[in-house]
Design a protein. Structure first.
Lengths: 148, 394
């Protein structure tokens, strides 16, 4: 009896949460990982992380990865660093200057705006980037929606 | 490549007008044709995009680094070249690095460095050709950094390090930086870790300062091996190198040995999770003849709190062959020293960091502590060095 009521209230809470998520304007501005329309259908968080931290240079479909990022201060970049790289901006700048100056690799190319990000990802083979889900259209493919 | 781009550009308007014309003239009847043409156009566009992407990957790149800093010590012991006189030259340097792609996997790397304490004379620090095979193997030839330490490759790039300076106990006993030769590296990639092994061989001929004199250092038949394993959180490193060393000159002011067997051994460990930072290296230098055999170590702890990274370092060095110099004037080379640093790195804006450091050195025992002030007749038991440093990378 007790378990039943717990289950019921759990469901109720879930339903409530779902309604809230649907209603909240913030929830719709979700971070999504986008790739070239001809790119892989899905990618794991670990694969994205490996590409953005210079541990891998390949997309899951074998294509040479070309990564793009948004400028610092952008809320999607903050969300990306929080959920994917799990590294603060200062760490990343220092990390990439070491990689560049020791010839180990080049940082993701920074695009100045979300629209620039979308158009470059849609037009570059092997591309990977991230965007606010509300701005996504058919020109790019969403390969991952990382959970907060 | 350029040619084909031009060709495409020139022909684009023609293609467009033809497509437009045909679609205007025969829309319903040739719908399928148009679709085909559209597909062809799309294919051509994709090919063009691919070329553009590739040309982006192959361009020439310039990067650089810059440091300047203020140093002052409480006395003239000379730890890290710091004295009671304020100094701006020692930490000041400017580096420019160019990477020129010669092909998809071959490049030439050039690093020029001008240092404040060398009258800003520009020196070719690196100049090598590199080829990377698809198998994870890399071969290089030319002038390269001697890979003795964990931070060898970023030795002069202050922005890439947390410290105001690499710990002197470990980074100072080998008075040279770059050699002329070749190396072969292979990286083994595992599930979530990688192992890089590197074999190198070459020759080194450079100047160094010893006992207030500029002396020649020559390493002949230099060979070595490094292994570096990392799971991107923990890193373990091992290095062994050997050479026939000539330090100073016969009949010159300082002669510490000619064609003596020299060996270097080192172990390194680091941890970096983005917030906590740990680094430690243990090194041994063994040279036949009068040049000091030393054991050294340091350990650094740091913690990143947003833009600020406070750190502490403890380091130690001791010469193990004092008996060889007993009773001779060269006994001033005997070394024993501990140093403790408390410092902070502050990331001001992207690519610019400021550092504050206080280092206290002591525990010289019966030795000069390896400090030039004591070697030249002073009697300092300890010293404190204060540093403020500004680093940038671009």
């Amino acid at each position: 009896m007790r378990t039943f009521s717990v289950k019921r209230s759990g469901r109720l809470a879930l339903g409530l949460a779902a309604t809230l998520v649907m209603l909240s304007p913030l929830a719709s501005a979700e971070l999504v990982i986008i790739v070239h329309p001809g790119g892989p259908d899905s990618i794991t968080k670990q694969q994205v992380r490996d590409i953005y931290l210079n541990r891998s240079s390949q997309m899951p479909d074998g294509q040479r990865a070309v990564a793009f990022e948004l400028p610092s201060g952008n809320s999607m970049r903050d969300a990306f660093n929080e959920r994917i790289t799990e590294r603060p901006d200062a760490w990343l700048t220092s990390f990439w200057s070491r990689q560049v100056l020791t010839g180990k690799g080049q940082p993701p190319t920074e695009m100045s705006s979300a629209s620039g990000m979308k158009s470059v990802v849609s037009s570059t083979l092997g591309s990977i980037g991230y965007l606010d889900s509300t701005l996504v259209d058919d020109s790019v493919k969403v390969a991952l929606t990382p959970e907060p | 490549m350029k040619y084909s781009l031009c060709l495409f550009r020139k022909s684009t308007p023609a293609i467009f007008s033809v497509t437009l014309l045909s679609s205007l003239l025969s829309l319903p009847a040739h719908g399928q044709d148009n679709q085909q043409r559209l597909n062809q156009m799309e294919e051509r566009l994709n090919a063009l995009q691919k070329q553009v992407t590739e040309s982006n990957l192959e361009k020439t790149r310039f990067n650089g680094f810059f440091s300047t800093g203020y140093t002052r010590a409480t006395n003239d012991a000379g730890y890290d070249e710091a004295t009671e006189d304020s100094d701006l030259q020692t930490l000041s340097l400017f580096g420019l690095q160019g990477t020129f792609s010669l092909g998809r996997n071959t490049d030439a790397v050039l690093q020029l460095v001008s240092r404040g304490n060398e009258n800003w004379d520009t020196e070719l620090e690196w100049g090598y050709l590199r080829h990377q095979f698809h198998t994870g193997t890399e071969v290089r030839a030319g002038k390269m950094r001697l890979p003795l330490f964990m931070e060898s490759e970023t030795l002069e790039i202050g922005y890439g390090q947390v410290w105001a300076r690499p710990p002197e106990a470990v980074y100072d006993p080998v008075p040279v930086r770059s050699y002329l030769g070749a190396d072969l590296a292979h990286t083994f990639n595992f599930d979530s870790s990688s192992l890089e092994t590197r074999a190198f061989a070459g020759h080194l001929d450079d100047d160094a300062d010893s006992l207030g004199q500029t002396i020649g250092v020559e390493l002949r038949n230099l060979t070595g091996l490094t292994a570096n394993w990392t799971n991107y959180l923990w890193t373990f490193r091992g290095v062994y190198a050997r050479a026939d060393a000539s330090i100073g000159s016969v009949g010159g002011p300082v002669n510490l040995g000619q064609n003596e067997k020299a060996e270097f051994m080192g172990l390194g460990l680091s941890y970096d999770d983005g917030a906590w930072l740990l680094m430690s290296e243990l090194t041994r230098v063994e040279v036949n003849g009068l040049f000091q055999n030393t054991d050294s170590a340091y350990i650094t702890f740091g913690r990143r709190i947003k833009e600020v990274t406070p750190y502490i370092t403890a380091s130690w060095i001791e010469s193990k062959d004092n008996f060889k110099r007993d009773g001779t004037p060269l006994a001033v080379l005997d070394t024993r020293r501990q140093a403790y640093s408390l410092g902070m790195r502050w990331d001001l804006v992207a690519s610019v960091a400021m550092k504050f450091d206080w280092t206290h050195a002591r525990g010289f025992g019966n030795t000069t502590g390896g400090l030039i002030g004591n070697q030249l007749g002073g009697s300092f038991n300890s010293t404190d060095v204060y540093t403020v440093r500004l680093d940038a990378a671009f």
